[in-house]
Design a binder for this molecule. Structure first.
Ligand SMILES: [Zn+2]
Length: 187
């Protein structure tokens, strides 16, 4: 009798393990697995391999007081408090010179004018960052929507959101606040 119970317990245990691994595998395939809320798979396959900002070397870490001292009130509200500038009010929504757009918080080069396109949404829009590791993504469930927030890998500053209604070749639209970036013209 005792032996029978032991076998039964072992069997239930094994089945649970197999079921758990299966569910874990399924979640991973469907892109639901997150680590510290960072999305591995989100907008489409382009973002699948994207670098996780938290692993970035030479990160810039400042206290809220220090950020307040180096940023303008508008920059602080967007970059550090995840605010959004009003559409069609920023410096770059209608700006199409050749150059690079850097993070207004830390100066990291984030987007090239080559990937900027006219989205008519009122915010500067890009179809790809300058390099995969320049930004990272967090699921944003604020205001009753599910959006993908885009952050600067170097200083964790909030830049904007990414949507999957962009042009080829990525089909993505990085919708970025002008106040979170600084344009450097091409020399
Ligand atoms: Zn930054």
């Amino acid at each position: 009798m005792l032996r029978k119970n032991k076998i039964l317990t072992l069997l239930i245990f094994s089945v649970s393990i197999i079921l758990f691994s299966f569910l874990l595998q399924k979640a991973d395939n469907e892109g639901y697995l997150t680590d510290n809320n960072i999305i591995f798979k989100n907008v489409n396959s382009f973002t699948d391999s994207l670098f996780k900002g938290k692993n970035m070397q030479n990160k810039i870490i400042k206290s809220e007081e220090e950020w307040k001292n180096v940023l303008s009130p508008d920059q602080y509200r967007v970059l550090r408090q995840k605010g959004t500038e009003r559409a069609f009010t920023g410096e770059y929504w209608n700006h199409f010179e050749k150059g690079v757009y850097c993070c207004a918080g830390c100066g990291a080069e984030l987007f090239s004018s080559d990937s900027k396109f006219e989205s008519h949404c009122g915010w500067p829009s890009y179809f790809i960052p300058l390099a995969e590791d320049r930004v990272y993504y967090v699921e944003d469930k604020s205001y009753g929507m599910i959006r993908t927030e885009v952050l600067c890998s170097k200083c964790d500053g909030h830049l904007g959101h990414v949507f999957d209604d962009g042009p080829e070749p990525t089909g993505l639209r990085y919708c970025i606040n002008s106040v979170a970036i600084k344009f450097i013209p091409k020399k």
